[in-house]
Design a protein around this ligand. Structure first.
Ligand code: XIL
Length: 365
């Protein structure tokens, strides 16, 4: 029988922020001059601030590493803990890059977040046709025990299951058709949380999803489907502790305070914390000019709704500088090369988005 899930308090989620970053001199040499770090301003208001990054960028770009060290109280491995990075072959794990991110976190004195144990993307090609009724459960069990076990007691939190809801797939329970779903049925979500809790009983375990931030009917329907999933997980006594709201925003989105606050209340009533896990803003009309102002306005509009909620414990951006934003490489996004979605520009100069995020923290009581 599974133990009753721990109810995390805001204190649990931000406890990591109490670690004072130790920034080595070689990283400080490149630090940009800015008034106060986002991490410090957020921590003052009880919010854990951080960002996602790749081992490659930490290793090759000391100025960027310094910026991360200066601003962040938590770091997420953006790609280096995904299956595609860790699992070169069915019988092999390669932790080189994941350990590089973990080592960086240790050097700058902040915890790492794990992303992500179960997802339908970033699976290595050897998985094609190999995830079936017979193999899926042992594959998941080995993966989760090995990966979570390696960083046991050292990670801030884990995105255990990523993007399991997709209403477009037409299932009554709202779940996405994925290789894990086809092999194991809907219970694969609870199974993943149980495996993660068994491998690291101290980790904060997160369900993470996108498309639940704005006022569109589609986002409203998805929020309801995510709540239903949380209800089923709670009914199965699965150890889920927080909801990760990815928050890949765009400038054409409108945000509704009431609908989102109701949703956050519903999440809190179920005993879960909320973490903004992948915040960035894509501009839908970069050719119009004034992109930086539109992007900053979207940050402010969203954060002013979500940050003040009692359940919100963390705010994590998906990168710090436009130079490395994943959106620049996303060909499905219009004019992706022209996007300026993050708080710092290509030369690591602060942008209006940075001021907007800082101001949103500062407005918190
Ligand atoms: C993205 C990374 O940023 C890219 O580097 C990679 O090429 C593709 O994945 N939702 C998620 C993240 O949960 O893992 C995705 O990250 C962005 C969308």
């Amino acid at each position: 029988m599974t133990a009753a899930p721990r109810q995390p308090r805001r204190r649990d989620v931000i406890a990591a922020a109490a670690v004072l970053p130790f920034v080595p001199a070689d990283l400080c040499a490149h630090a940009v001059a800015a008034p106060a770090s986002l991490g410090a301003v957020a921590a003052d208001k009880g919010i854990l601030f951080g960002t996602a990054c790749l081992a490659r960028h930490i290793e090759t770009d000391p100025a960027y590493a310094a910026l991360l060290a200066r601003e962040c109280r938590v770091i997420v491995a953006q790609d280096d803990l995904k299956w595609a990075a860790l699992r070169p072959a069915p019988d092999r794990f390669d932790f080189t890059r994941a350990d590089a991110v973990a080592g960086f976190c240790r050097r700058i004195g902040v915890p790492m977040r794990g992303h992500t144990l179960v997802w339908h993307e970033a699976l290595p090609s050897w998985c094609n046709g190999r995830i079936d009724v017979r193999t899926a459960a042992p594959l998941l069990a080995t993966h989760i025990a090995t990966v979570v076990g390696r960083y046991r007691s050292r990670l801030h939190s884990w995105d255990v299951v990523n993007e399991a809801v997709d209403l477009d797939d037409g299932r009554a329970d709202g779940l996405r058709e994925t290789p894990w779903m086809r092999a194991l049925g809907p219970s694969y979500v609870a199974l993943a949380f149980e495996l993660a809790a068994a491998a690291d009983p101290s980790a904060l375990l997160v369900y993470n999803d996108f498309g639940i931030c704005d006022a569109s009917p589609k986002a409203r329907a998805k929020r309801t489907a995510v709540l239903r999933l949380i209800d089923r997980l709670k009914a199965a006594r699965a150890p889920v502790h927080a909801l990760g709201i990815q928050a890949h925003l765009s400038t054409s989105m409108t945000f509704e305070g009431r609908g989102m606050t109701d949703f956050l209340n519903d999440v809190a009533d179920r005993g879960l914390r909320v973490m903004i896990t992948e915040l960035d803003v894509a501009d839908d009309t970069p050719s119009l000019g004034n992109q930086d102002a539109r992007v900053a306005d979207a940050y402010a509009a969203f954060l002013d709704i979500v940050l003040p909620h009692r359940s919100t414990a963390a705010c994590i951006t998906w990168g710090l500088s436009d130079r490395y934003s994943w959106l620049r490489f996303l060909e499905s996004t219009p004019s992706h090369g022209d996007l300026r979605p993050l708080p710092y520009d290509d030369g690591y100069r602060p942008k209006p988005a940075l001021n907007a995020i800082q101001a949103a923290f500062a407005r918190l009581p």
